[in-house]
Write a protein that binds this ligand. Structure first.
Ligand SMILES: Cc1cc2nc3c(=O)[nH]c(=O)nc-3n(C[C@H](O)[C@H](O)[C@H](O)COP(=O)(O)OP(=O)(O)OC[C@H]3O[C@@H](n4cnc5c(N)ncnc54)[C@H](O)[C@@H]3O)c2cc1C
Length: 267
């Protein structure tokens, strides 16, 4: 089985995230890491492989991003992925969902040429920077595959994948036949931490760097200049204020608290 897990490199949420003059995210001047929600995607791909001992299963971690995005693939290799692919090309900067899904789909097709078609493409439910939650669906469309998304519980039997999607009002049970695109939530269980052995082994694992021409994508199809939508303006969020402190010295605390909640229409 060939499993491809899509992992995004995002600015560290604790870092001071900034926008460039063209309102794209500054991905070079700040520390970044593997998007936390994609760690769950890697974890599920690895568990899938482990459940199918004896079969020849390969987990390939795929990213599209700037130079440092290779760290997202390295983390996936340290967790246990078998191989990595980094699509790196200056023309990609500022790409929107449309272009991102094009580049990832073409890269998955090239991986298929080299390793056989992907039986399962695993994604996170969303990235932690733009949080569009749309790339998995766009990938499925481009790869002409079914999609089973926002999985909180995953069961597999042969080529059947059945998930539970836990919503606010209902829990849906959705099934599909592989090959398919699967996106997983952070409810699927803890993602493993790379072991020392895993970190050392990752150094020897194959990691390919592909340009747009390597995957047959024209530079004119990606990037900010052809984005269907782009960030037009940003406003700094006001710094958090300390907040109101209620000291309950005479038993009036509860009344003050309910007054505050009522003033904010929380109650
Ligand atoms: C603040 C902000 C706002 C944006 N708004 C828009 C917008 O309104 N419209 C628009 O078209 N674009 C927008 N973009 C651009 C968009 O973020 C990129 O196209 C991005 O690469 C894909 O969107 P996402 O991160 O929201 O992915 P999501 O749809 O949230 O991604 C879900 C999953 O797809 C996979 N994935 C996503 N990106 C990559 C990648 N680069 N490499 C590997 N796997 C990946 C991961 O598994 C991820 O968990 C915005 C970007 C930012 C930073």
């Amino acid at each position: 089985m060939n499993l491809v897990v899509c992992v995004k490199y995002v600015p560290d949420a604790t870092a001071d995230r900034k926008f460039e003059d063209d309102f794209t995210v500054d991905r070079l001047g700040v520390d970044g890491l593997l998007s936390e929600l994609d760690e769950y995607a890697v974890e599920q791909a690895l568990q899938f492989r482990e459940k199918r001992q004896g079969e020849e299963n390969t987990v390939t971690a795929l990213t599209m991003g700037p130079e440092k995005a290779v760290d997202a693939v390295r983390k996936a290799l340290q967790m246990g992925a078998d191989a990595g692919v980094h699509v790196l090309d200056d023309a990609i900067a500022g790409s929107d969902y449309i272009a991102t899904s094009l580049v990832l789909a073409k890269a998955i097709e090239k991986i298929a040429q080299e390793k056989g078609a992907a039986d399962l493409v695993v994604c996170g439910m969303a990235s932690t920077d733009a949080s569009g939650s749309v790339v998995p669906a766009m990938l499925a469309e481009r790869l002409n595959l079914p999609q089973v998304t926002f999985a909180s519980v995953i069961e597999t039997q042969g080529d059947q994948v059945r998930i539970k999607r836990v919503g606010d009002t209902a829990t849906e049970v959705i099934g599909g036949t592989m090959p398919l695109v699967l996106s997983v939530t952070d409810q699927t269980g803890e993602a493993r931490y790379p072991s020392f052995k895993g970190i050392m082994a990752a150094k020897k694992k194959p990691l390919d760097t592909w340009s747009l021409s390597d995957i047959g994508v024209d530079a004119g199809e990606v990037g900010l200049s052809v984005a269907w939508s782009a960030v037009e303006d940003t406003t700094e969020r006001p710094p958090r204020t300390a907040g109101e402190i209620v000291k309950d010295e005479d038993g009036s605390g509860a009344a003050a608290l309910t007054g505050f909640l009522a003033s904010k229409k929380f109650i």
